[in-house]
Design a protein around this ligand. Structure first.
Ligand SMILES: [Zn+2]
Length: 236
């Protein structure tokens, strides 16, 4: 087998491997239905948990402020005992009033956050309760799907091994060139020539290149730069 034959075989093997990998990535309907439900449930639980966390953080902030305001209120009430005239008395009362109002607002806000957090927690608990069942159904469907892929997996593994074997026999320069074009050109590095035309991009192969190809030289398509491979009867 010459190097060009090897490149062509490598391309054929990789194309077959890609087809199998595509097939393996397709979720069967039975799994896709459970998977959708499972992903949606997980997203919902994550969303609820994040809302609960946000509220807990907000409650800590409000409760911290509340405790500061209560301290302040005690201080003002203490000051009330030491006022010396009506004016100071009125001023102290004004502070106390404002602080009490603030305390009341904070208490209401804290209560509201607590009620909201409790409701969210109830929702989350209900979700968690049914999650065990969903998890079991998901695991079962996933295992079934993976099991159905065992033939494809075995075929893919053989193809992968075959590709590695071919690559090992290629001169490094040629292997690198193949891989470069393979990556750049939608995983097709080698294109067959039919009727003096590149089968990948339909560019005509000029007679001079065609001659080189017949001699067994490595020739790249002038349209898509893929490595051209002549039909066996022409190449040999
Ligand atoms: Zn081409």
């Amino acid at each position: 087998m010459n190097d060009l034959d090897k490149l062509w075989e490598l391309q054929t093997v990789l194309t077959a491997l890609n087809e199998r990998e595509k097939l393996m990535a397709v979720k069967p309907e039975a799994f896709a239905a459970v998977d959708d439900e499972y992903q949606a449930a997980n997203e919902e639980m994550t969303r609820l948990q994040s809302q609960i966390d946000t509220l807990a953080k907000e409650r800590r902030r409000v409760e911290g402020e509340l405790s500061d305001q209560q301290e302040l209120l005690k201080k003002y009430q203490g000051q009330l005992m030491q006022v010396k005239n009506q004016q100071q008395y009125a001023a102290a009362w004004k502070e106390i009033d404002a602080t009490r109002k603030h305390v009341k607002e904070l208490e209401e806000s804290d209560l509201k956050n607590m009620t909201e957090a409790d409701a969210l927690q109830t929702q989350l608990d209900a979700r968690s309760g049914s999650h065990t069942d969903l998890q079991a159904r998901y695991d079962e469907a996933h295992a079934e799907w993976q099991h159905s892929l065992s033939d494809l997996k075995a075929e893919a593994e053989k193809l992968r091994q075959r590709a590695a074997d071919i690559e090992a026999t290629l001169p490094p320069r040629l292997k690198n060139e193949f891989q470069r074009i393979y990556k750049q050109r939608q995983q097709v590095a080698v294109a067959k020539v039919f009727n003096e035309t590149c089968s990948s991009c339909r560019t005509r192969v000029r007679p001079a290149l065609s001659q080189q190809l017949k001699r067994g030289d490595m020739v790249q398509c002038e349209g898509c730069h893929r490595i051209l491979y002549g039909e066996k009867s022409i190449a040999s």
